[in-house]
Design a binder for this molecule. Structure first.
Ligand code: S3P
Length: 165
């Protein structure tokens, strides 16, 4: 079984994914870290040197490697489901869970955690709010295709375990 956690930057995919994987005795993969290990570059450097499309190609290539592995929880990047045919393929290759969070809550979290996120690190508070509202609206049509949608704000690993058991 493969469990893909999807949702906007800052919704808690990595934190929940690690706990869930530990509980299920599965391996945990954070897709961004997987790409960083593969390229030996951090995400900011990849975006700076090669641009977003190059990163999206790496995301897809990495997913193709991940589909060959089993018993995994994967925390995807916020943009992963919205490019190429990634969402459709993840739906076929595993269980997709959308961790849904309101724009205001995302803004509060991301205001404190934007430095290693190339799409938002340069934005002021107001620009960040606008970016989140616009992108969330644009991306939700992909996120909402998930098998399950959970409210991410106070989610615990047992909510997910109940859902998948
Ligand atoms: C991105 C989200 C990031 C990372 C990259 C692009 C996005 O992942 O993949 O900076 O397009 O939303 P997180 O959702 O883990 O921050």
């Amino acid at each position: 079984m493969r469990i893909f956690l999807i949702g906007f930057m800052g919704c808690g995919k990595t934190t929940l994914g690690k706990k869930l994987a530990k509980h299920l005795n599965f391996n945990f993969i954070d897709l961004d870290r997987f790409i960083e290990n593969k390229t030996v570059k951090n995400i900011n450097v990849i975006f700076d040197e090669k641009g977003e499309q190059y990163f999206r190609d790496l995301e897809k290539e990495s997913l193709n490697e991940i589909y060959k592995m089993d018993n995994l929880v994967i925390a995807t990047g916020g943009g992963t489901p919205c490019f190429s045919d990634n969402m459709q393929t993840m739906l076929e290759k595993g269980i997709c869970i959308y961790l849904k969070m309101k724009a205001e809550d995302l803004a509060e979290r991301l205001g404190k955690e934007k430095n290693n996120r190339p799409l938002i690190c340069h934005l002021t508070k107001n620009e960040l709010n606008d970016f989140i509202s616009e992108k969330l609206m644009e991306r939700e049509k992909f996120y909402k295709k998930a098998h399950y949608i959970l409210s991410a704000k106070n989610i615990s690993k047992s909510d997910v375990i109940k859902l998948i058991s």
